[in-house]
Design a protein around this ligand. Structure first.
Ligand code: OAD
Length: 243
């Protein structure tokens, strides 16, 4: 592992363009539950069962209850050393893009600047009637929050299963993947598309790929470097002591 960390660090020092793809594992050490881990359960529902347009159409109050719970939980959480190390890396690399699947907003809170939140942000809500988006950091939005502009039902402005990503943000993420020299894939199970395929895009563009995760993923075989460990322990080591 030492060798892998050192070679990745040396490669990063010489890289002009770096893209990082993060997933729930980066926020796990802040205490935010992941989606597919044992901690992904809420009231016996898997998080992945409720984050769907079908679940919202059937029972918007249940889905809002789940999101109010997640908002309340995230509101109490702070950034961890993984988030902080990525802000440091951004300052060291001339062209840096952080692509995150996380909706908790913790990368922005930590101070990362060039962030593409490809799955949205839990603090934003969107009207299902007029489409207007608002930012509201109140942990509890109530059982059936409505739009101040038109009275329509609000929904969390996050991307649910079966929904398309915002094409503008997806395009920027693909461009960052195509152009980077190194892509770090951190704390994601790499099973959700199109995020998981960004690593293929980067590889096809000639980038070096490195994965940091507690365990191997379906994308591990694609990687040049796989470092098994906690994001909050490995990432700080990559940025410490740059001459
Ligand atoms: P998952 O819950 O699928 O995967 C979390 C990954 O993080 C797993 O591979 C863990 O091994 C790893 N992990 C956990 N703790 C870690 C740590 N301390 N350090 C490093 N790795 C760690 O979460 P995502 O891959 O983010 O989408 O899930 C992708 C998308 O599926 C989410 O954005 C969400 C979900 O449905 C939407 O809500 C649209």
């Amino acid at each position: 592992m030492e060798t892998s960390i050192n070679s990745l660090k040396e490669a990063l020092k010489n890289a002009e363009r770096v893209a990082v793809l993060t997933g729930a594992g980066v926020s796990a050490e802040s205490g935010v539950p992941t989606f597919r881990g044992a901690d992904g359960l809420w009231k016996n529902y898997q998080a992945t069962e409720l984050a769907t347009p079908e679940a919202f159409a059937k029972d918007p109050e249940l889905v809002w209850e789940f999101y109010n719970w997640r908002r309340g939980l995230i509101a109490q959480k702070a950034c961890n050393p993984a988030h902080t190390a990525l802000t440091a890396l951004e300052r060291l690399i001339p062209d840096f893009t952080l692509i995150t699947q996380n909706v908790d907003g913790l990368h922005l809170l930590a101070g990362s600047r060039h962030v593409l939140e490809i799955h949205g942000n839990i603090w934003r809500a969107r009207c299902t009637r007029c489409g207007k988006e608002t930012m509201d950091r109140a942990p509890d939005m109530g059982r059936r929050p409505t739009c101040a502009a038109c009275g329509g039902l609000l929904r969390p402005a996050v991307v649910w299963f079966g929904e398309s990503l915002d094409p503008r943000i997806l395009r920027q993420a693909i461009e960052a993947a195509q152009q980077c020299r190194i892509m770090l894939v951190v704390g994601t199970s790499s099973v959700v598309q199109p995020a998981a395929s960004l690593a293929f895009t980067a590889k096809s563009g000639g980038a070096m790929l490195a994965e940091i995760n507690l365990e191997k993923t379906p994308n591990s075989d694609l990687m040049d470097i796989v470092i098994l460990g906690k994001a909050g322990e490995i990432l700080p080591r990559l940025v410490e002591g740059w001459a």
